[in-house]
Design a protein around this ligand. Structure first.
Ligand code: 3PG
Ligand code: MG
Length: 412
């Protein structure tokens, strides 16, 4: 059943509590390096304001320790949002404290308030499974959610990037707001439609490209995708657990030893299912990872003392060819240590190939911070069919998992 959206309800004169994912990347000085997640929430924000509602926006930023930490303040986000909206955005210095409450109460139709980082409150990230047998944790999470809920008449969820979390603001707040309108925003609506259509009705060949550090993070998605795609391309540090499972020497490359057997089983299962799996045939390797570190290109086995930090040029060429004939592409995760050039070469080659295939008529979805920022750095944003605001969330969607935080919201 389709979920009700903010367009299905009347927000005039209402206080709208809206969960957004403003967890944006920042540089060392706190400067926002990509405002994509803010920009993509604007349609829902503007809809509420244009229809006479007032907005209380709430988000997390990073993973602070459950207490105030100025390194993770949302203040720069309030400023950026104000520039984008071309109107003042009131900022509260706390989340459920006196400042937030007073500022929420003073809102008039068309006003916007952004609360301070939800995760400055440890209750936000209490997991339901941990609270199950611990009544005091359950009560703490519920009480925190009730304080947020009490500020508003309507709940809107447009935080696709956080849809896979059971954070209080995502799941407990709408639970305690039962009886009041609880709907999705336009960003979530769009993400669900695009990802759903792509995975359910793919034009073939359907190619998945997976990278990043950990195999353990991607086991579920690989298990699911080998049943759906024609080909999986694997790069990044996770490739070395797979290469080890095939008996290759991987030197000092990162490896999750307790997942080697699982990796072997996945590769066998893929063969049975006729899903082609590509691993890098060559590698950029270093003795010690650092900017400007001396590196070598090795084909095949990696010598002891060396670790892979990117796919090699042969891999880049082979992966490119295997991407270019695709008609549907999903990509999540970098091919190497993308943040330290020149070890961004493999990731950039993949970004270029995905954009080129899209130009030839493929439908492409890119998720995950590093893959999306490779696309942005190359100025290829307009050459990708859909850049998801979710990394982990888009992976869980591809894995076929349900999002409880969305399930709980009102149906049409
Ligand atoms: C993300 O960027 O992955 C989302 O904002 C969720 O953040 P989290 O992984 O820290 O829960
Ligand atoms: Mg995450």
């Amino acid at each position: 059943m389709a979920k009700k959206t903010v367009a299905d309800i009347d927000v005039k004169g209402k206080r709208v509590l809206m969960r957004v994912d403003f967890n944006v990347p920042q540089d060392d000085d706190g400067k926002i390096t990509s405002d994509d997640r803010i920009v993509k929430a604007l349609p829902t924000i503007k809809h509420v304001l244009d229809h006479g509602g007032s907005l209380i926006l709430m988000s997390h930023l990073g993973r602070p320790e459950g207490a105030r930490d100025d390194a993770y303040t949302l203040k720069p986000v309030a400023q950026r949002l104000s520039e984008l909206l071309k109107k003042p955005v009131v900022f509260a210095n706390d989340t459920i404290g006196p400042d937030a409450k007073a500022k929420a109460k003073a809102l008039k139709g068309g006003d916007v308030l952004l609360l301070e980082n939800l995760r400055f409150n440890k209750e936000e990230v209490i997991k339901d499974k941990d609270a199950k047998d611990k009544p005091d944790l359950r009560t703490a999470k519920d009480n925190f959610a009730k304080e947020l809920a009490a500020m508003a008449d309507v709940y809107v969820d447009d935080a696709f990037g956080t849809a896979h979390r059971d954070n209080a603001s995502m799941l407990t707040v709408p639970a305690v707001m039962q009886g009041k309108p609880r709907v999705i925003g336009f960003l979530i609506e769009k993400e669900l439609k695009f990802l759903g259509d792509t995975i359910n009705k793919p034009v073939r060949p359907f190619v998945a490209i997976l990278g990043g550090a950990k195999v353990s993070d991607k086991i579920g998605v690989i298990e699911s995708l080998i049943n759906k795609v024609n080909r999986i391309i694997i790069g990044g540090a996770m490739a070395y657990t797979f290469l080890k499972s095939r008996g290759k020497a991987i030197g000092d490359s990162r490896c999750e030893d307790n997942f080697v057997d699982k990796a072997a089983a996945l590769l066998n299962r893929a063969t049975e299912l006729n899903c082609e799996v590509l691993l890098p045939p060559d590698h950029a390797v270093v003795r010690k990872l650092a900017a400007g570190a001396e590196h070598r290109i090795l084909v095949g086995d990696i010598d002891p003392g060396w670790q892979a930090v990117d796919i090699g040029p042969m891999a880049a060429k082979e992966f490119t060819a295997k991407i270019l004939d695709a008609k549907t592409i999903v990509w999540n995760g970098p091919m190497g240590v993308f943040e330290i050039p020149p070890f961004d070469k493999g990731t950039k080659a993949v970004a270029q190939a995905v954009a080129k295939a899209t130009g030839k008529g493929a439908k492409s979805i890119v998720g995950g911070g590093d893959s999306a920022s490779a696309i942005e750095q190359l100025g290829l944003q307009d050459k990708i069919s859909h850049i998801s605001t979710g990394g982990g969330a888009s992976l869980e969607f591809l894995e076929g998992k349900k999002f409880k935080a969305i399930d709980i919201l009102d149906e049409k």
